[in-house]
Design a protein. Structure first.
Length: 223
């Protein structure tokens, strides 16, 4: 399915911001990339719609650049917590539809959430959780933390699951986990809110939601 073209502002072109910028641009979206370091800006100049050397904490400069014409923003400023917070505040005031911000630690993350960042990411911490799960459980694909207690995990069907219906697997009663969707490999379709009689097939991917504890039990025993 072809995605509609979206427009992004990425601020901070360190390793994290650079890789976000390259990926968004490679999907054909409009990207304006800003960093105060000219070398980093020049490196990406040919790949994006506009690459600008500027200090993002200067509201007037951002306004002059017309950043308000863009819909979504990524604040990927790393260690300079003050600059990251101030920039997020300015973008919030400028009315961005969605702001994704990178936090360096939990306190920084809490402040970013409070001032209105829609998604807060701690790349190293988040990646650490994912890698630990993938080391422990071969069928693990991805995890999204919904809250400190609840997560959503994507797993490929294990041998123990294949050929069984959701009724037979009885994941809600045994593990307290709900199957939100089954993605099937061959038909490239997603079965949203599957019924009890739906059978898990080879190559299927299950999207499950539950408490971290319950999901942990399920992973340990079934994956
Ligand atoms: P990473 O871990 O992703 O490499 P860094 O902290 O190294 O993160 O990179 C953050 C980037 O943000 C740097 O390139 C830095 O120049 C840029 N940056 C920091 N403060 C500002 C600011 N006020 N305006 C624009 N860019 C900034």
């Amino acid at each position: 399915m072809k995605q509609a073209k979206r427009s992004f502002l990425v601020i901070g072109l360190g390793r994290f911001g650079e890789s976000i910028t390259k990926t968004l641009a490679s999907f054909g979206h409009e990207v304006m990339a800003i960093d105060k370091d000219e070398t980093k800006v020049n490196k990406l100049a040919d790949l994006v719609t506009q690459a600008v050397q500027a200090d993002a904490t200067d509201e007037d400069v951002l306004k002059e650049l017309g950043v308000s014409n863009l819909d979504e923003a990524v604040v990927a400023i790393g260690d300079d917590i003050q600059a990251s917070i101030l920039t997020t505040l300015i973008l919030k005031d400028l009315g961005f539809k969605r702001i994704v911000a990178k936090a360096t630690n939990d306190y920084h993350g809490r402040v970013l959430e409070k001032i209105g960042a829609d998604v807060v990411i701690q790349p190293e911490k988040d990646m650490g959780v994912r890698v630990a799960h993938s080391i422990l459980f071969g069928n693990f694909i991805d995890l999204i933390e919904l809250s400190p207690d609840y997560s959503l995990v994507e797993v490929s069907a294990s041998q123990a699951m294949k050929g069984k219906s959701l009724k037979e697997l009885n994941l809600r009663a045994i593990y307290g986990c709900t199957v939100l969707a089954i993605k099937s490999k061959d038909e490239e379709k997603v079965n949203i809110s599957p019924s009890a009689d739906d059978v898990v097939k080879d190559g299927d991917v299950l999207v499950l939601v539950g408490t971290n504890r319950d999901l942990g039990m399920l992973e340990k025993e079934l994956l």
